[in-house]
Design a protein around this ligand. Structure first.
Ligand code: PNW
Length: 461
């Protein structure tokens, strides 16, 4: 592979509910995922995050493995109900201590913490008492929680991400109901999306007003697949563009341009909330970098409503009837265990699309990776398919960078196999294999490969 700039940020990522376990330990309150996993049939095998990778107890071992890999940065999330068991009010000092110790241990290992405030484990109390992300007060509760985190950790944490993938929260949590809180609706996703944007903006502004002396950066992470026009027809080109608006511009346009894209306003009518002038001003410009999670690509074609919907809408890029877009796949592509297609050129095109639409922002890929049915044989995991995936996507990143895209860093998802939400433990995204009986960790071939790549691409090695 060609070289990356020596100041490129190499990292790996996880999230609290997916790895920590200790779901009811040391004063942690329940989250919506603790509740959701308790509902029959919602999660593959009835798996839960009760123990997960037991990172809560094994974090030192995990940081040593990260150090062995040579990563410069580690993206993890704070569990809101671990530090505020009911989402507001009384602080759980044992929860604060866990993250404080984790941060200290990372800094000792020369690994820079990148901290996500919300990676989907909403305090259950806020779901029940405030209607979760559709509630009118939720953005203020989020800002108060963010304030606590900046106050307690901001002396050492200089890289913050407010929300992980508001699209997933809104569409999978409130539209399709396949993720917590499991609600099904064709209007609630847009209400939830609106509150998520306000919550993000309030936390951003609070950080800038009250904690500027901490000299950190703060942004938001959105997820987006690439949408390639199925044919050269103008109708299909427009459909692909529209699909990207409903996927990414939904959340990025208010922040970079001050309002929702017209495509959404036209199609959704009064199901899409409107920002007041004051809110528009509050939201505009509230991100220091463009955080992107990217995994896959689909073809998009114009759908005038006559296309038969056979496919599952899971991962379909929004509520498809609203978009008038039909999504499809190329049978010749290769697919991961999630049935997500491996299409590196889609990553390049998406990076260029973001570069152009949002006026050349600094971009960090805060997640990219793949699941495969890994097996441990003689103490080794030969995950050649994952290695090929990473190689392809990193080369696509380089091509985009050669064309001027300001990609500044890359976080591989995920540091280790973990609780993959509705798919449970069966889908393995990790660079490290986890035996979920013994909780033993083993670096996969891809982790060893990353160690070489990072070594060859870092100034201080
Ligand atoms: C992301 N989709 O989730 C999350 O940030 C991670 O927690 C997760 O483990 C990872 O990607 C792999 O799934 C997504 O349907 C879940 O488009 C679903 C979708 C996208 C991202």
């Amino acid at each position: 592979m060609k070289k990356f700039p020596s100041d490129f940020i190499w990292g790996t990522a996880t999230s609290s509910y997916q790895i920590e376990g200790a779901a009811a330990l040391d004063g942690k309150g329940p989250s919506i995922w603790d509740a959701f996993t308790g509902i029959p049939e919602r999660v593959h095998n009835g798996d839960t995050g009760e123990v997960a990778c037991d990172h809560y107890h094994k974090y030192k071992e995990d940081i040593q493995l990260m150090k062995d890999m040579g990563v410069k940065a580690y993206r993890f999330s704070i569990s809101w109900p671990r530090v505020l068991p009911t989402g507001k009010g009384k602080v759980n000092e044992a929860g604060i201590k866990f993250y404080s110790d984790l941060i200290d241990e990372l800094l000792k290992a020369d690994i820079v913490p990148w901290v996500t405030l919300y990676h989907w484990d909403l305090p259950l109390a806020l779901q029940l008492e405030e209607d979760g992300w559709t509630g009118a007060n939720i953005s203020d509760h989020f800002a108060a929680y963010a304030d606590l985190c900046f106050d307690r950790f901001g002396d050492r944490v200089k890289n913050w991400i407010t929300l992980n993938e508001p699209w997933v929260v809104a569409i999978l949590g409130y539209g399709q109901g396949v993720f917590a809180p499991g609600r099904v609706s064709n209007s609630e996703p847009y209400l939830a999306g609106h509150q998520l944007i306000l919550a993000h903006a309030k936390a951003y502004n609070l950080y800038k007003e009250k904690y500027s002396h901490q000299n950190g950066v703060i942004g938001i992470t959105n997820n987006c697949d690439w949408r390639e026009p199925l044919t050269n027809s103008q109708a299909d080109k427009d459909a692909a563009e529209r699909a990207l608006h409903f996927f990414l511009a939904w959340f990025a346009d208010p922040i970079y341009k001050g309002d929702y894209p017209d495509t959404m306003k036209e199609r959704l009518g009064d199901r899409l909330p409107t920002f007041t002038a004051e809110e528009r001003a509050m939201v505009l410009g509230t991100t220091d970098f463009f955080g992107l999670n990217h995994y896959t690509t689909m073809y998009a074609a114009h759908d005038d409503g006559t296309v038969k919907k056979e496919r599952s809408v899971y991962g379909n890029g929004g509520i498809s009837e609203d978009q008038m877009v039909d999504l499809s796949l190329d049978k010749n592509w290769t697919f991961t265990a999630m049935n997500w297609a491996v299409v590196p050129w889609g990553c390049q095109k998406l990076l260029e699309w973001i570069d152009e639409r949002y006026d050349r922002p600094d971009i960090y890929i805060t997640e990219n990776g793949c699941a495969y049915p890994d097996k441990i044989v003689d103490g080794k995991v030969n995950d050649q398919a994952r290695l090929d995936y990473y190689k392809g996507y990193l080369q696509a990143c380089q091509t985009a960078m050669d064309k001027g895209v300001k990609l500044k860093g890359y976080f591989a998802w995920s540091f280790m196999d973990n609780f993959e939400w509705a798919s449970g433990y069966e889908k393995r995204f990790g660079l490290h294999f986890v035996d979920f009986e013994t909780l033993e960790r083993t670096p996969k071939a891809s982790a060893l490969w990353f160690r070489e790549v990072i070594g060859e691409n870092s100034a201080d090695v």
